[in-house]
Design a protein around this ligand. Structure first.
Ligand SMILES: [Zn+2]
Length: 149
């Protein structure tokens, strides 16, 4: 089979559906092998997702962050998302679990990627409150970094 453009178009439009239960089990597996170190990998995964989402959003005429939020929501990562300057709040994150820690590492990575694309600057992204800790929503804070390297 020739790997031409039609094949690429078909293969990049494929999706898998993963249940929350399966998702939590995979997180447990990674944490059992790598402990907290896997959280950095989850964050980098999220950043990679965010870069692709940002590329898609750039082709849309609407407000960039709003479009990114719609795409993140559409992929099932969150139920709601609100942007207020450098603070982003979400509810219903796929990454929430009952563990009293902040857990939304992929969402944090996605937000970093889309803010960097939107402002063409480097950002750090912190999750200050998480539904996993019993908060009413997850609250992320984007902080501009000194220089883009
Ligand atoms: Zn969270």
């Amino acid at each position: 089979m020739e790997l031409g453009a039609p094949f690429m178009a078909r293969s990049t439009m494929k999706f898998v559906r993963i249940s929350k239960m399966e998702f939590d089990q995979i997180r447990g597996l990674y944490e059992s092998v790598m402990s907290q170190a896997c959280h950095g990998l989850f964050f980098r995964e999220g950043h990679a997702f965010g870069e692709i989402i940002a590329q898609i959003a750039r082709t849309d005429d609407g407000d960039f962050l709003t479009t990114c939020g719609r795409l993140i929501k559409g992929r099932g990562w969150i139920d709601t998302i609100e942007f207020e300057g450098n603070v982003v709040t979400t509810t219903g994150s796929m990454e929430v679990s009952d563990c009293q820690e902040v857990t939304c590492h992929r969402v944090r990575g996605m937000l970093k990627a889309i803010y960097e694309m939107n402002y063409d600057k480097k950002f750090a992204c912190f999750e200050d409150e998480c539904e996993s800790q019993g908060a009413g929503r997850c609250r992320f804070r984007l902080v501009e970094m000194a220089s883009k390297e």
